[in-house]
Every structure is written in structure tokens, then in C-alpha cells.
Design a protein around this ligand. Sequence first.
Ligand SMILES: [Zn+2]
Length: 129
Amino acid sequence: MLIRTGDTVEVIAGNGRGTRSRVIKVDRVTGKAIVEGVNRVYKHIRRSQKYPQGGRLSKEMPVQLSNLKFLCSSCGAASRLGARYLADGSKERYCKKCGAGAGQIAPAKAVHAAAGAGKNTLAATATKK
Ligand SMILES: [Zn+2]
């Protein structure tokens, strides 16, 4: 689950298919995310202190994370995300299409620094291509 709040994603299934928008919130427990402008519904509101008139409220409902694809800012393609360790031992997300980094997800740790980390390091990923 590498999609984070603030990412730009493309919706690949459902009513909003093809829409490119921003992730407002990710719920790791249910595996869903709220995406701006996607899956909007009208919620009917009863008369209350807060809404003396009652009425309809338009809001986004969560969509399944598997229906979203990360939109890479450097190659512009909808792609999948991978995770890898950098030479200094920090972990980052990267675009599986062009290999560009997409932000750090864990601080540097000596155990994962260049010498010891064999798999999934920046160098190892680069040679795979
Ligand atoms: Zn990319």
C-alpha cells in the first residue's frame, strides 16, 4: 500500500474511470482512499441545529486502493510504485516505469546502507533494466 495522501492518482475502474485527481485521505484499515471529485454522492441531511434547513450535502466516498494507479510526476504515466533502499540506507518509493524517486518513506538506517543491502537498492534496480 504505497499510495499516500497528496499523491496524484488515476482511477482505473468504476464510475470515475480515467479521472486523474489528488488523494485526500488513505484508510489503511479498510484499504480505501478518498480521491478529490471521485465517487461523489449526495447525502441527505435532516433538519438539525447545524443544518436548520436540512438538505443535500455532496461529498466524496472512499474508493478501493486497487482501483487507483499512481500518476508519476516525472514521466507522466500511470504506473505502479515500488520501494527501494538508497545508498545512505533510507527507503523511498519509486515509479516502476521510469525509476524516478517519489519521496522518502523511512529514514536512513545503517543496516540498509549500500554495503549490506543487496536486493532492492537503487543500484540493483538500475541494473535490472
Ligand atoms: Zn515515472
